[in-house]
Design a protein around this ligand. Structure first.
Ligand SMILES: [Fe+2]
Length: 425
């Protein structure tokens, strides 16, 4: 298996990572036709073709175009494939990305090859300075985030079609016996949270992970594994979606308005679900996913527990060692039940499903966004969103770490997002 490091951008290592990430994106898009690649099924999602082009634009704009006199491949595309970098100029509205029949998929594929060749030549010639190499590493981390979105967006698009096509028919169907859940106690402690600012002595981390700082974490217990499909089905069958006392007001209003009665992709029979492999029987022991924050929170209340704070989660993850789990590189593209019996420490923290936390997405004390236009990457979204931790079965291996903070608005359901329970002593 090819591990992707996230260390400082040594030129040779960066060249290897560049080749790996760019070819991985091509492979993920390979099962899609030009028609598939143009679909935008909702404003929150983007067409696969747009992901392919935007990730390339990001590298061209932030790495290649930083050199005076650089001639962009297609200057008119600057607006079309800019996502939200206002300081670089206007951006085509996100809900309208599905209007872009031009440039064609073929033209976008050519664009990728041209930018790859230009970056590849400068890598081989050692013609990228420290700042350019750092920006290229950010561009590759960014592309890995879009690889996951490419998968979740096409899953949603195919679910919206009455034909319910599979992204891939040949995905494996691993399963495991249900394992009991155990509570893992943790004493009160002052813990170090976050990462050292990058670039620095340590490896890559986003600006939203620093500065590293100390937090008092009260005594609590964390579940040994995420909540399973079987457990969540009991909540549905117990009328969890019909009991307002279990829900936050905003979540209840949204669930009523949109008719939520089960997780996003579940069939009415509660036995089957739409997956990247098409319609499949639910794996009872696997972690439940495609939940909004509101659903995760309501389930936790029904279970007599709560969601963990991101501090509780990070403390457990930092003690768990290097991230291991079911990631996109494993080629399953579905959450799978843990094989191990419950131990005294929380397991399955990485991979399978992102875990909703009860923490609002905000800045760490002393937070500073990266300087320049690239500083628009994270900081300006620090309102109205909740933090998820740990990565999923659609996340690139090597992309996440204990301090990694993903964030989505509380209504978002189309990501591989589930939950782990926590409780007070
Ligand atoms: Fe982006």
């Amino acid at each position: 298996m090819h591990a992707v490091p996230h260390a400082a951008p040594d030129p040779d290592e960066l060249e290897r990572l560049f080749a790996h990430v760019r070819s991985r994106t091509r492979a993920l898009a390979a099962p899609l036709s030009a028609e598939d690649a143009m679909v935008q099924s909702m404003p929150d999602a983007s067409p696969a073709k747009w992901h392919l082009a935007h990730t390339t634009w990001f590298i061209e704009r932030f790495v290649l175009a930083a050199r005076p006199g650089y001639r962009p491949h297609a200057p008119a595309w600057d607006t079309v494939f800019n996502s939200y970098y206002q300081s670089l100029g206007p951006a085509h509205p996100r809900p309208c990305r599905g209007h872009l029949s031009r440039p064609s998929l073929e033209a976008v594929t050519d664009y990728r090859e041209i930018v790859d060749a230009r970056v590849g030549a400068r890598l081989r010639d050692h013609d990228l300075d420290d700042e350019a190499r750092r920006r290229l590493l950010v561009g590759l981390q960014h592309e890995q985030q879009h690889q996951e979105l490419l998968l979740t967006d096409i899953q949603h698009a195919f679910w919206c079609s009455p034909l319910r096509p599979a992204y891939r028919e040949d995905l494996p169907r691993p399963s495991a016996e249900p394992r009991p859940m155990a509570w893992c106690e943790a004493d009160e402690a002052v813990v170090a949270i976050g990462a050292e600012p990058w670039p620095g002595e340590a490896g890559f981390a986003y600006d939203n992970e620093s500065p590293r700082h100390r937090v008092l974490v009260p005594a609590h217990a964390l579940a040994s594994r995420p909540v399973s499909n079987l457990e969540y089905r009991a909540f549905v069958e117990d009328g969890g979606y019909r009991e307002p006392a279990l829900w936050l007001a905003d979540g209840w209003a949204l669930a009523q308005a949109q008719g939520w009665a089960r997780p996003l992709y579940w069939d009415e029979d509660l036995e089957h679900a739409h997956t990247l492999g098409g319609r499949r029987a639910l794996d009872a022991a696997a972690p439940v996913c495609h939940l909004s924050y509101y659903e995760a929170d309501a389930y936790a209340r029904w279970a007599g527990a709560r969601l963990p704070t991101e501090f509780e989660w990070e403390r457990a993850a930092a003690a768990a060692g290097p991230p291991q789990g079911n990631f996109a590189d494993d080629g399953v593209l579905q959450p799978v039940a843990a094989q191990a019996a419950p131990g005294r420490r929380p397991a399955q923290l990485f991979g399978d499903v992102w875990e909703w936390t009860s923490s609002a997405y905000g800045p760490w004390p002393g937070y500073r966004p990266w300087t320049g236009s690239i500083g628009e990457y994270n900081g300006k979204f620090m309102v109205g969103q909740w933090v998820l931790r740990g990565g999923s079965c659609a996340t690139a291996r090597g992309h996440v770490r204990a301090s990694y903070r993903n964030f989505f608005p509380p209504h978002a359901r189309w990501q591989f997002a589930g939950l782990r329970l926590a409780r007070d002593p």
